[in-house]
Design a protein around this ligand. Structure first.
Ligand SMILES: [Cu+2]
Length: 252
């Protein structure tokens, strides 16, 4: 174990030098802590048996730049590792506490979170990267007009941790959470542009009061590069409000 720890620290430090990006390190649901998919460690212990996770495997901590391509759904995924095997039991109306790797201070922008119903199947047998999957938005936080700061600046004070509340008014069953940070700092830069950091993990909702699945949108398909909240070039001193990309929140 000591040896593994040293290796992962080395790899992480190198990765930090190369690119200061990130991924979800841990999520707490119903008081239980679940590790994220660590692209610098889990991949190496994936053979012959991948570690059982809630999270869709990811290749790197890199962002997705083009919101119209397939990786916008669940990041640069490792399809050869298959779907996650675990699900977290989550009460409708409860909080998920999401801790990212130390988020770079240069990055700012919102978070958006969606759920996709797994069609009455186990999510471990239903890939939400298929074109039929639909995602409904449950949470978003962006520009705080009182403090004049972005969500990604505010959550740095809290160890890169944020909270998303699950809706009460949805049917019980298995869902995939699609949680994403959108970094806007490089939108003026023709070479890079907006940076999307989607992360997907599986939950099983209990105690829900809803009887119908809220209307959802496809990924890719929900975002276009010139959406006002994606091609957002407004100077910080002039921001009045932030037009979130994607649909409104229809359920709570
Ligand atoms: Cu970046």
């Amino acid at each position: 174990m000591k040896c593994l720890g040293t290796v992962s620290l080395l790899v992480l430090n190198v990765a930090k030098l190369v690119r200061g990006h990130g991924y979800v390190e841990e999520v707490t649901i119903g008081g239980v802590k679940y590790p994220g998919y660590n692209p610098y460690l889990d991949n190496h212990i994936a053979k012959p048996t991948p570690p059982a996770r809630l999270f869709y495997p990811i290749v790197e901590n890199h962002p997705v730049y083009d919101p119209t391509e397939g990786n916008i759904t669940c990041n640069w995924t490792r399809e050869e590792e298959g779907l996650p095997k675990l699900t977290a039991v989550a009460r409708a109306g409860s909080n998920m506490t999401i801790r990212w790797t130390r988020w770079p201070e240069s990055h700012f922008g919102p978070q958006m979170t969606y759920l996709a119903w797994c069609g009455g199947k186990k999510c471990s047998e239903y890939d939400v990267r298929n074109p039929e999957a639909r995602f409904f938005k449950i949470s978003q936080d962006g520009w705080n007009s009182r403090t004049r700061t972005w969500l990604q600046e505010d959550f740095l004070k809290n160890n890169s941790t944020l909270t998303v509340t699950l809706p009460k008014n949805i049917p019980n069953g298995e869902y995939v959470v699609r949680h994403e940070l959108l970094a806007l700092h490089a939108v003026t830069n023709d070479k890079y542009g907006p940076e999307f950091y989607p992360q997907c993990w599986q939950i099983t909702i209990t105690g829900g009061t809803g009887t119908t699945i809220p209307a959802g949108v496809p990924f890719p398909g929900a975002y276009q590069p010139n959406d006002p909240g994606i091609e957002f070039r407004t100077n910080r001193s002039n921001i009045v409000s932030y037009p979130f990309p994607g649909p409104p929140i229809l359920v709570n």
